[in-house]
Write a protein that binds this ligand. Sequence first.
Ligand SMILES: Nc1nc2c(ncn2[C@@H]2O[C@H](COP(=O)(O)OP(=O)(O)OP(=O)(O)O)[C@@H](O)[C@H]2O)c(=O)[nH]1
Ligand SMILES: [Mg+2]
Length: 196
Amino acid sequence: MEIKQSEFITSAVKPEQYPTDNRLEIAFVGRSNVGKSSLINSLTNRRKLVKVSGTPGKTRLVNFFLINNEFYFVDLPGYGYAKVSKKEKESWGKVIETYLVNRAQLKRIILLVDCRHKPSEDDKLMYSFIKHYGYSCTVVATKTDKLTKNELRKNIAMLKTELNLEEGDSLLLFSSLNKSGKEELLENIDSALKEI
Ligand SMILES: Nc1nc2c(ncn2[C@@H]2O[C@H](COP(=O)(O)OP(=O)(O)OP(=O)(O)O)[C@@H](O)[C@H]2O)c(=O)[nH]1
Ligand SMILES: [Mg+2]
């Protein structure tokens, strides 16, 4: 699949603000600073479609981007950022949960984790949450440019074990810096869109 067209459509907190045209959706979720915005920019060949945050935890809304005039990329708020109040954390959790429940057109969730670290409790919770709601999940290990091949191999095994990855859910590698893993991820997204 090639992405030829991408356009920001809307930001939402409540379901009434989501697009209503029933196009299929692919959602991106992960810790704040894990590289969600950078990854979406890489996939769409745009430098500034999504703001890459100097300050983590800036994305507090559900952002919808129309891709090739066919489907949406949905950028969800980053979780787990330490420097916010408990109340604020809860409200972001709510924004994510509200979106995930009953979203029939949501075909796949891409869960981003940093390839260098053990998944956080929030990451594990998010993965079980995704499975609980019955979605297929693709885990993407980001920032692979920061590790050697050997370190990566070890960490991939570690991530699969720690997340308790179900059969059928793939784990892909990605670097927004050198664009490695891009073709494979686009293939993965394409197949999700073609699933009945
Ligand atoms: N080396 C390297 N740095 C990356 C990569 N992806 C993202 N970064 C850097 O990581 C930081 C966070 O990236 P973002 O794309 O803004 O992360 P985010 O997940 O959208 O963060 P929030 O919107 O706060 O949830 C930025 O400084 C990026 O330049 C990558 O693949 N390699
Ligand atoms: Mg972001």
